[in-house]
Design a protein around this ligand. Structure first.
Ligand code: VGL
Ligand code: ZN
Length: 223
């Protein structure tokens, strides 16, 4: 069986301007939240299963600049041979701005990531140490073979999640207009890399255009 699942990446207060997040991504205002929320509801109403990832860090997480002496936000550091961007503290477990901004009851499953203090996890599938998050097993249990992805941030978690989805054998489409990036150049590079690795793009910014594109390409329960 082949089903299409919708995977919504890291739509959380700390990544949005709307919630004055510590790592607010440009273009994440009230209008953005309105359209991603409406799209999620409409896709669900059309019969698609929704899945979410949630960045969920302990306060002592390796990716926070505050946990490495002498570092500023957006510096990098090399830990065990891995280059790590050092972010402002964000999405700390059980804080308000770590909450999902889309009604959690819409989701079939919510997969948290980045809980290990020493490993980051941009990908929703596995952390930088290679440990699976459980997302792949969950999608398999629901016979999902097509994934339609959108969320934050294009150049980090959306990219890593989409590329791992391709590597894991899913057919992957990204709704471009519903993704926002941290920086312009890395966002451009992320789109290029996703395209080159076989990710397809769904264009269109109004909700109906998006729904129609998803429906046309992938019915919820296509054989
Ligand atoms: C993300 C930076 C740090 C993301 C998560 O969701 O793209 N970016 N943690
Ligand atoms: Zn993070």
């Amino acid at each position: 069986m082949k089903n299409t699942g919708i995977l919504i990446v890291d739509i959380q207060g700390d990544f949005t301007g709307l919630k004055h997040g510590s790592l607010a991504v440009e273009g994440t205002d009230a209008d953005y939240l309105r359209i991603v929320t409406q799209t999620a509801r409409d896709l669900k109403a059309h019969g698609f299963k929704l899945f979410a990832t949630q960045d969920w860090h302990p306060a002592e997480h390796i990716s926070f600049f505050t946990n490495t002496p002498g570092k500023k936000p957006f510096d990098t550091s090399v830990f065990n041979g891995r280059t790590q961007v050092l972010w402002p503290p964000h999405c700390i477990q059980h804080t308000t701005n770590a909450d999902l901004l889309i009604d959690p009851s819409l989701f079939t499953a919510i997969v948290q990531k980045g809980m290990h203090p020493k490993y980051d996890s941009y990908s929703g599938f596995r952390d930088d140490g290679g440990r699976p998050t459980g997302l792949d097993d969950i999608l398999n249990a629901h016979d999902i073979s097509h994934l339609v992805i959108f969320g934050l941030a294009t150049d980090f978690c959306v990219k890593a999640t989409a590329l791992d989805a391709v590597a894991n054998g899913y057919d992957v489409s990204v709704i471009k207009s519903l993704c926002k990036g941290v920086a312009e150049e890395s966002t451009r590079a992320a789109w290029d890399e996703m395209k080159q690795k076989g990710v397809r793009f769904i264009a269109g910014s109004d909700v109906n255009a998006v729904i129609n594109a998803v429906k046309t390409d992938y019915s919820p329960n296509s054989a």
